[in-house]
Design a binder for this molecule. Structure first.
Ligand SMILES: [Zn+2]
Length: 142
């Protein structure tokens, strides 16, 4: 399949306000570009359609890999990861500890926090610095 066109890449990043659509990290504070994530991985039949694309930081994209589901220990079933094109962030997550931690509110939120390691120690350390500067958490989380 052909590469994602520059215009579609720009559209996806603008649509996300240049923040990772999973962990809400802004490109502006991490000093590196975001990447395009296929919500449904190409290996599972996902396409380059913008309806299947989201902006992601390297960390979330790597931890997501080709996963689409993660086992939820509370309900003992496989649960689909957060889908930024379908799910609303605020319905599934809330910021904890003043903005340094992401807490899953639903099964989708819980498995996404675990599966994407949204509270890995490196990002939590960075978030504490961003919070101290008033750069984080983002004001709106669509
Ligand atoms: Zn991220």
């Amino acid at each position: 399949m052909a590469a994602i066109s520059p215009s579609i890449r720009n559209f996806v990043f603008e649509r996300a306000n240049h923040c990772c659509e999973y962990c809400k990290t802004s490109r502006r504070v991490i000093g590196m570009p975001l990447v395009i994530d296929h919500v449904i991985p190409m290996s599972n039949g996902g396409t380059h359609d913008p309806a299947n694309l989201c902006a992601s930081c390297y960390r979330c994209n790597e931890h997501k890999g080709s996963k689409t589901q993660v086992f939820d220990n509370e309900t003992n079933v496989m649960v689909t990861l957060f889908n930024p094109r379908v799910d609303r962030w605020l319905e599934h997550f809330i910021w904890g500890d003043g903005g340094t931690h992401i807490i899953g509110l639903t099964a989708i939120g819980r498995v996404s926090v675990i599966g994407l390691r949204l509270n890995n120690p490196y990002v939590v350390e960075s978030r504490s610095l961003w919070v101290a500067r008033g750069w984080h958490p983002p004001l709106e989380s669509p």
